[in-house]
Design a protein around this ligand. Structure first.
Ligand SMILES: Nc1nc2c(ncn2[C@@H]2O[C@H](COP(=O)(O)OP(=O)(O)OP(=O)(O)O)[C@@H](O)[C@H]2O)c(=O)[nH]1
Ligand SMILES: [Mg+2]
Length: 437
């Protein structure tokens, strides 16, 4: 979703290379370029202006300390401002750890029902013993309630169907049932309309009032761009909500709504939906998004995704290896397995530093996947010692490994070269980005 902004931002910092104290002119040039990039990403004018003004205020007259690379120094200033703008370094506490009743609202088709299933799966993954109840007061569409029931079964959580088909009476039934049965979590699905309308909002307000200490979650379709900010505002005026889930961030959107949301609504984005599958839900971390926008990559989210599928200790090792650049062929093979467990190679690439600058085709991705399988076979035919000291693999050893893996000698050389490249990249990440980690 942030590829567009990332592409625009990552070239910007060359303006600062060699710059010492920033002049008004450099700051102005920078501001104009940023402003254009934001408008291009469908950020509303007032928000783009506000951001640019804040950054300019931070930058004017600043001077990098001795020995600090000016480009990095100014990038860090922009990064800090960007993160603050998106919600701050601490981000927001996970509402799932503080609240137990969630009312999910939004326009028709925004992704409410899917998001509920994703949230239920998210909790279940973290707390396997939590008792979770899903229920719906969406009687707009005949199949809406069934859809939630099917999803509840798929996630493996409970579902309750009210006997009434009037939203307010049904909500009353749901609340009573939840209380009697003693569920830890309740997620209440509500009806969407194609446009914001008064009757819907009034009904919704009555439903929300029946729930004790509800966390109201607005689901916003990121594909609707600026329009989604207007939708959010009318839900807030009439019903009020606590936080938002930005859905469909995997679609080809320019990220404007996500960028502007916090500033325009003064409410946090707590999660983002990144695909149609139940597991396609991520926390929204302003600092990670900030580094993704500035083209610094998002290793932390990448590793977090892996976390869900991979044993903790294995993952800790990997994080350490990634951080220190102390990466062996055994780590390499583990990384290949990790990538396979996480999903497709393509879905992971977008988290890598600078990924937005490359346009990667499906053929290239398929080739990458074939290559990884070949690499794995090659590494598996090496001895333990060879894996720790790849420089040993020359001459007859190389031949033996090639035969063992059923590949050509050149394939072994190629794999070793790629491995070295990867190792260097991680070392650079560790060293070069010192200011940010
Ligand atoms: N690509 C993508 N599709 C999504 C995402 N979230 C939801 N969808 C899809 O969007 C469509 C609508 O999702 P629903 O969850 O049914 O939306 P809703 O808000 O409950 O819709 P109504 O109940 O009709 O108001 C479905 O086809 C979902 O698969 C997402 O994060 N990414
Ligand atoms: Mg629905």
């Amino acid at each position: 979703m942030f590829d567009f902004l990332s592409r625009s931002f990552s070239s910007l910092f060359s303006l600062f290379s060699g710059a010492q104290a920033l002049t008004q002119e450099t700051v102005l040039e920078f501001s104009n370029t940023v402003r254009e990039a934001l408008l291009g990403a469908d950020v509303p004018l007032s928000v783009a202006d506000a951001f640019v003004e804040e950054v300019a205020r931070d930058l004017v007259g600043m001077k990098p300390p001795k020995k600090v690379n000016p480009e990095e120094y100014y990038m860090k200033i922009v990064y800090d401002r960007l993160v603050a703008f998106l919600g701050g370094v601490e981000g927001v506490t996970d509402p799932l750890s503080k609240y137990s009743s969630f009312v999910v609202m939004g326009l028709q088709g925004s992704g409410k029902t899917t998001t509920i299933a994703k949230l239920a799966a998210y909790i279940k993954n973290k707390k396997p013993n939590a008792r979770i109840l899903l229920s719906s007061v969406d009687f707009q569409r005949p199949a809406a309630v069934d859809q939630l029931e099917i999803l509840a079964a798929r996630v493996g959580v409970d579902f309750f169907r009210a006997s009434s088909v009037d939203a307010v009476s049904a909500a009353r039934e749901v609340v009573l049932y939840r209380k009697d049965a003693g569920y830890d979590y309740l997620f209440l699905d509500t009806a969407g309309r194609l446009h914001v309308d008064e009757a819907l909002l009034e009904e919704l307000d009555s439903v929300v009032r029946l729930v004790a200490r509800p966390y109201c979650l607005l689901v916003l379709d990121s594909m609707t761009g600026q329009e989604s900010l207007r939708v959010a505002r009318s839900f807030d005026d009439k019903v009020g909500f606590d936080g938002a889930v930005l859905s469909k961030t995997d679609s080809d959107t320019r990220g404007g709504a996500a960028f502007a949301f916090r500033y325009a609504l003064k409410k946090p984005i707590v999660f983002v939906g990144s695909g149609e599958r139940i597991e396609d839900l991520e926390r929204f971390h302003p600092d990670r998004v900030g580094s993704r926008i500035l083209g610094m990559g998002d290793i932390a989210t990448l590793v977090e995704r892996a976390n869900e599928k991979i044993k903790e200790d294995e993952n800790d090792r990997m994080m350490r290896a990634l951080r220190t650049g102390n990466f062996t062929l055994d780590d390499f093979i583990r990384q290949i397995d990790m990538i396979n467990k996480m999903g497709s190679f393509g879905s992971i690439l977008k988290y890598m530093p600078g990924a937005a600058q490359f346009q990667i085709s499906p053929e290239q991705i398929a080739q990458g996947e074939r290559e990884m399988r070949r690499f794995k076979a090659i590494i598996q035919s090496m001895t333990k010692k060879e894996r720790l000291m790849p420089e040993l693999i020359v001459g007859s050893r190389k031949q033996r490994v090639a035969v063992g893996a059923g590949v050509k000698i050149e394939d072994v050389s190629h794999m070793l070269a790629r491995f070295e490249e990867g190792r260097r990249l991680f070392k650079q990440l560790q060293g070069g980005r010192g200011l940010f980690r």
